[in-house]
Design a protein around this ligand. Sequence first.
Ligand SMILES: [Zn+2]
Length: 518
Amino acid sequence: MNQHKLVIRGGTVLDGSGAPGRVGDVLVVDRRIADVGRVEAEAEEIDARGLAVAPGFVDLHSHSDFTLLVDPRAVSAIHQGVTTEVVGNCGFGCFPIRDPAMASRAIYGYTDERTITWSSAGEYLDELEAARPAVNVASLVPNGQLRLATLGLADRPADATELGEMEELLRESLDEGAWGYSTGLEYAPEQAATEDEVTALARQAPFYATHTRRRDEGAAEAVAEALRTADRAEVRLQVSHLVPRNGIEESRRCIELVDAARHRGQDVAFDMHTRTFGLTNLYAVLPPWALGAERDELAEILRDPARRDAMRGHRSILGAGGDWSRVVLLDNDVWPEHGRRSIAAIAADRGQAPLDAAYDLLLDGVDDLHRLMVIMNAYTEEQQREAFSHPLCVPGSDATTLAPDGPLADAFFHGAYTWAAWFWRFMVRDERLLGPEEAVHRLTGAPAARIGLDDRGVLRPGSRADVVVFDPAALADRGTTFEPNRLAVGMRHVLVNGVHTLRDGQLTGERGGEVLRR
Ligand SMILES: [Zn+2]
């Protein structure tokens, strides 16, 4: 049998373990690393002198479940050296599905371009495999879909029968290859899930990632709930994007809780996205009973002063502590004149209360509510510096993969094009808070170990040949708040399972990702 051999010569090898870089060679034979150090073999060569050689980056917090079906090239990710994505986070994801229309509410980047023809985890993973993604993909089982499949939009705790049904769906999904369980307890479909309900479900899984119930006021209490849940369920815990939206003090309380749990022996870590703002739909201001309405009924609700009053008390993710100047509408074709303006400014113009302005904006966008997206300025660089300096923290995109051409060209999701490159530029080069070996560890070995991948995230003989070669002085993000869709720069070569996907900074058109089943 003819083996394909490739040697990456003379780069500074950062092996993903956190060990200091050493100049050496990396030999790839077919889909695996064959040797690291001094390699004499006859092989195709990549000259890596002056460059860094590392394992492919692992995105522990991705929402690419659906976009990889629409465009499997994962261009935004490959240009940053990402070779593995963990999807199914925050209670969002592509299975299990009973009613596709209902399920689409908990799928990031959902469009009608791709019909949902699958229902189970196994069927979804088959579908993904058939799409041949450029990156490896592992998925969690999203609680949002478990609930939508079982209770629909019912805004109440599950009864015993429903909980039993959710446990069964979760176990099936894990049996079919999912790696753990995730919740998004702050989101409408999951808000009514009780701590006991979540604990019973988490108990079925080896790994539990949670977007906690409160991420502003009360954030630390919500982290405490996550720790109790995981402790009672005896499951490995990942607190998703731990840093709260209400300042450095709350941030420190959250981190202290994690530290204290670690000291007690609990297996817990956390991650953070790389934005100083959150991105979501403006319709997040609506309570579940309004969100569940069909188009015409919702329009009625939004028009009716009495029902507006009934909605005002809803505690929404967009509350921003009542400071609507922090919530900024993005460019859109419903209200183009208000793109890049805050809800506070729009409301002031219209002589309205901010919530009424939001309801009016939604009323005009009621045909397709996804067109009205907002960012919420919520985090500071001080919070980022402290979180990412913490040894238990890894970065994640908290975004979908995108591409500047093709079916996703007009989509955006802050972080997609920037997260890993930002992490390197900000933490290693600009702020000098992490050494290169530690930064690489946080992008590779640490997240791989967290999810349970033992043959990725490290460069050693026998491991999968997910390898990147980059210029450590040049790797950087270029996307900005209002122009996010710019490819990162500085990445030179990306191998995914030995398949040369980026060569000299250019896509080769090859796609070598694997759908990973536990
Ligand atoms: Zn989340």
